[in-house]
Design a protein around this ligand. Structure first.
Ligand code: CTP
Length: 454
């Protein structure tokens, strides 16, 4: 990472031209009003981190506006967002939070692509000083950055003059980028926001960084001191925290680096935030990798949400009552709650029956009533013999069909009626067991059955 005094050329050259143009327009508008505008967070980090000169693919930009503003109802950030939206009518604007953060969203815009820009207002506007006062300005943006999670995410680049393009690095973010460390800004960071433990793991694994030893100690301290009591999903989680925790879990379990990330979470005992009894022991580690392979094969187009099923297999370690509680608290989708609830029932229903089957048609009838996704969970958790039968069923046997359909029976001259189902069922049984292999054999069988039954 080079030593950079002015980052403006780097931003200009590395961002897609329409995004750069938008940032310039925003900076001009901010400047006109005597405000300062900064780009902060992930975009700065990624810009400094990638060594190639390729265009950086950013879909998410965080801006901070710092400026005195007359209105108490609308912060400078929201006002700037409104001004940008006037220039880009394609953008959708939403305003949220008590600090009046605005988000501008473009969805598959022909120029900007899909882009999300968050615009926050830093604190100066609450003080009766003009933002041009450099001391106030510095303390205001510093405060904003100090609230953030890690030093590498607390870097800012000023977009407005004077000194536009200057990198603001109050907390040693550049040193940590160079030495590839994830470091929190203060000892209480994880206590204040326990989801940062998940973020620390996510960034460490994704960027191939290390958790700085002191930061790792803070994580362990936070976990040991029982932060999860507050977060503990089996008790009374606050909805906002739960939503953010779920988002972090999804982020991790959906990523291509989910395996090392999960290992690191377990190493830090951070899976306890779900439940104190959820562990990544040999068996659950095997199951979660096995289910991922099954899903890759059985659901290559991701119709089932694989991250969710991975989460379910972790939760499935608990007893039925606890599983359901967690699933509700995490606000998991209906199907997911249902799957977790049904595991024990299905397991007990299929186990003995499957072991006593001596024909393929029997196995088929035992497993046929259940959804694929339920069987995937049950299969992976079952002993080898049952697991193999369920795998064969999911990959092969469930696809076997009788050589004739209802339409064929009609074409053969039989009047539609309840008998159809009976005949077709019998036909499928014979086909599964290998007694009928061809269409001709099937037709002979149907004729015989119809005669026998009058
Ligand atoms: N942030 C934080 N604490 C959190 C979540 C976010 O301090 N619990 C701050 C960080 O400074 C982060 C910024 O908000 O850089 C934006 O958050 P987000 O978009 O989630 O992270 P990015 O850094 O943009 O990471 P990514 O590249 O994964 O989107």
């Amino acid at each position: 990472i080079p030593v950079i005094s002015c980052l403006l050329p780097a931003i200009r050259d590395r961002l897609a031209a329409p995004i750069w143009k938008l940032l310039q327009l925003a900076a001009t508008e901010a400047q006109k009003r005597g405000w300062h505008l900064y780009v902060v967070g992930g975009a700065v980090r990624d810009l400094l981190l990638t060594e190639t000169q390729d265009i950086l693919l950013v879909q998410d930009i965080d801006l901070v506006v710092d400026g005195f503003h007359n209105s108490v109802e609308v912060g400078a950030g929201v006002e700037l967002a409104l001004i940008i939206q006037k220039m880009f009518p394609n953008a959708r604007l939403s305003v949220h939070g008590e600090f009046q953060t605005a988000a501008l969203l473009w969805h598959k815009d022909p120029e900007l692509g899909s882009l999300w820009i968050d615009i926050a207002t830093s604190r100066t506007e609450f003080y009766p000083y003009p933002a041009a006062n450099p001391e106030v300005e510095a303390s205001s943006i510093r405060q904003d950055l100090y609230r953030r999670d890690f030093t590498i995410n607390a870097l800012a680049v000023r977009l407005t003059p004077p000194r536009e393009g200057e990198l603001l690095d109050f907390f040693g973010g550049m040193i940590d980028l160079r030495s590839r460390q994830i470091r929190v800004l203060h000892a209480n960071s994880f206590i204040e926001d326990p989801t940062r433990i998940y973020r620390a793991v996510r960034f460490a694994v994704r960027l191939n960084f290390e958790l700085e030893p002191q930061t790792e100690d803070y994580i362990r301290y936070a976990i040991d001191s029982g932060i999860y009591e507050r977060l503990r999903l089996e008790n009374h989680p606050t909805p906002a925290l739960t939503t953010r925790l779920k988002a972090e879990l999804k982020y991790i379990l959906d990523s291509h680096y989910w395996q090392p990330a999960l290992k690191l979470l377990a190493h830090l005992d951070a899976l306890h935030c779900l439940h104190s009894e959820i562990v990544l022991d040999e068996s659950s580690w095997w199951q979660i990798r096995c289910i991922s392979r099954w899903l890759q094969y059985l659901d290559p187009y991701n119709q089932l949400e694989h991250w969710l099923i991975r989460l379910e297999i972790l939760i499935a370690q608990l007893n039925e009552e606890e599983r359901t509680k967690i699933a509700h608290n995490l606000n998991l989708p209906k199907e997911s709650i249902e799957r977790l609830k049904l595991i024990t029932k299905i397991e007990s229903e299929v186990k003995d029956k499957l072991l006593n089957c001596d024909r393929l048609s029997h196995i088929f009838r035992v497993l046929h009533p259940y959804k694929f996704s339920n069987l995937i969970l049950v299969g992976v958790r079952s002993p080898k013999k049952i697991r193999r039968l369920i795998w064969q069923y999911l990959t092969k046997w469930s696809k076997i069909q009788a050589p004739l359909t209802g339409d064929d029976l009609k074409a053969m001259g039989y009047k539609p009626g309840p008998k159809y189902k009976q005949v077709l069922d019998q036909l499928l049984t014979k086909t599964l067991d290998g007694d009928i292999k061809t269409r001709e054999e099937a037709e002979v069988f149907v004729k015989q059955m119809m005669i026998e039954q009058g």
